[in-house]
Design a protein around this ligand. Sequence first.
Ligand SMILES: [Fe+2]
Ligand SMILES: [Fe+2]
Length: 341
Amino acid sequence: MLTLTSSTQQVLEGLDDHRPASLRVLLIDDDHLCSAQVRRLLQQDRLEVESRVTAEAGLEAARQAAPDVILLDLELPSMTGFEALQLLRSDARCSHVAVVVISARDDARTRAAAFAAGADCFLAKPLSQDEVRAAVLSLGGRGRLLRDREEAASVLDALARILDLRVPGSRAHMQRAAQLARRFGEWLEFSPEDCLALERAGWLHDVGKIALPASILNKPGPLDAAEVRIMRRHPVLGERICARLRTLGPVLPVIRHHHEHWDGSGYPDRLAGEQVPLITRAFQVVDVFDALVSKRSYKESMPASRALEILEAEARRGLWDPSLVADFCAATRAGELDTHR
Ligand SMILES: [Fe+2]
Ligand SMILES: [Fe+2]
């Protein structure tokens, strides 16, 4: 019997175990009393707090494991906070980290110098608990969000490359589907978030196939019943792979449901009609169209006009949302989707 490889199972189980990590804060201050106060305060919010008492030790800690936020005292032994800040900003390993400067000197000149050296925020001692919490949570949360987006983009690219290696030629389809899905979403006047989700769906809808055996993925002939069952796991596997990245949340329904049918005969959940999310139904039309017009190892390409006729016939048979198919065909025949780009 065909099953997923054991290493694939382990990877997927690891993904299920994932929990979003708490924000990590590095405190660089030689004032033990102040450090203890900040540590107590931030640990109430379940933040991970590490502290160092010299700039040198703080810089080393920041380079080793870039935290989300650094709280940096200006008055440190052997090196000023300004110098430490400049070193932080010039080191690629930690130049992106949010820095909150803390100082007993609270005058306009010191504040201006701190911002000029690269501080994101300035707090005067004695510290206000509310200010420290607000600064750390907002700067740390924002930085995390930006890094999540960057991570999502690079993970997305890596997954597409892996899938292209396992199913040669799939990258071109993913790219065309991504571009056309976005244009169709814009034509339908979907929100910018939905248009972005449609574009990402183009790259990710079949990503679950990377967990399937190569013997099935590239089998030249038709699949037998057991192989079809395995192949049909790819939407759920794809959803599990991408669920780890919070920024991919809006794409998950497309990944899971892109093989459902309007009449409820699809998989994995046998959803019918409008139970299939709207952006998924819009994506399906694009995905099928591109598959029809593209040349594959087992079939020749076909003209767009013929592909539209097939889409319309499949909509009449109950596979796709008939009104979205009508929209897509009308827009394509009017040249408004630029399907040859
Ligand atoms: Fe698929
Ligand atoms: Fe596809």
